[in-house]
Design a binder for this molecule. Structure first.
Ligand code: SAM
Length: 274
């Protein structure tokens, strides 16, 4: 790595992640519903509502410029555009849906192909690695979102620094991701048993792809704890909500630097670029 080369382990992770998402792209939305019993929809709704994207009664093209990283099939982008349009009465806010995987982006393109957002130029697509957003200008984005994506990145710290670079001062970084451990030890034991046995099995039966879903379960285990991830966000230069730049403390949980969802199965982290 001193010479700028990827290590074998890193390139294997990239190839593995690429193969997983190429393979699951067409069954991705159905599998999400089955694996989470539909709860991922509630988490995504809550995530978007908590960000309240758009500008109230935006006029003259003055909406927000949003970048949805690892945007895959466009689940978050759709919700953000709906929120801006219906709640904020803003017809100008736009979203760049970005993903490293062309198959996942193709699902997003398909979803928006007949939508008025496409006709109004409020959605665009960018194939890019979140760790190197060459085509996104510095200080150009109002809101950066990443949902269930960052745990797949090889260098999460690099992606966080890129998020910081592309955001305008005052811009918001927001991440929805699975957490490795639930808050309650008994619930955690039951959940781990369920996810390690059932998710690969559902993958095998529904998508004929046990290995990809085995990877998804393992990648959740390896993701940093909420506290560690909050520290990484702070180290990239962001202010944590309600915290300034001080050391993270155990009170930061709900309403602080992160918010736990459904007993801490998933959590939302935010950061503000000063
Ligand atoms: N955000 C969508 C959602 O919430 O439904 C899709 C999440 S999907 C589990 C994870 C996505 O991360 C995949 O589409 C995958 O291609 C993308 N991804 C993985 N590594 C990436 C990287 N380094 N840069 C950008 N996207 C990446």
């Amino acid at each position: 790595t001193h010479f700028g080369f990827e290590t074998i382990a890193e390139s294997m992770k990239n190839a593995r992640v690429g193969a997983v998402f190429s393979s699951v792209a067409s069954s991705y939305d159905t599998m999400n519903d089955l694996m989470s019993l539909g709860i991922h929809r509630l988490w995504k709704d809550h995530f978007v509502r908590s960000l309240s994207p758009g500008v109230l009664h935006a006029q003259g093209g003055q909406g927000q410029r949003i970048l949805d990283i690892a945007g895959g099939s466009g689940d978050i982008a759709t919700r953000m555009l709906d929120h801006a349009t219906e709640v904020k009465k803003d017809n100008y806010t736009s979203v760049i849906v970005s993903d490293i995987n062309s198959n996942m982006l193709a699902e997003g393109r398909k979803r928006f192909s007949a939508s008025s957002y496409k006709a109004e130029d409020r959605v665009s697509f960018l194939e890019a690695n979140a760790e190197e957003l060459k085509d996104v200008e510095s200080n150009s984005i109002d809101l950066y979102t990443v949902a269930f994506g960052i745990r797949n990145f090889t260098h999460k710290d690099k992606a966080l620094r890129e998020a910081f670079r592309v955001l305008k001062p005052g811009g918001v970084f927001a991440c929805l991701e699975f957490a490795p451990t639930l808050n309650n030890p008994l619930a955690n034991a039951i959940y781990k048993r369920w996810s390690f046995s059932m998710i690969p099995l559902i993958g095998q039966v529904v998508a004929a792809d046990r290995d990809s879903y085995q990877y998804l379960v393992e990648s959740i285990e390896q993701f940093p704890s909420q506290e560690q991830f909050a520290t990484m966000i702070r180290e990239a230069g962001f202010l944590l909500p309600g915290q300034g730049r001080g050391e993270p403390s155990s009170e930061m949980r709900d309403g602080g630097a992160w918010e736990d969802l459904t007993m801490g199965i998933a959590s939302i982290h935010k950061g503000i670029k000063p």
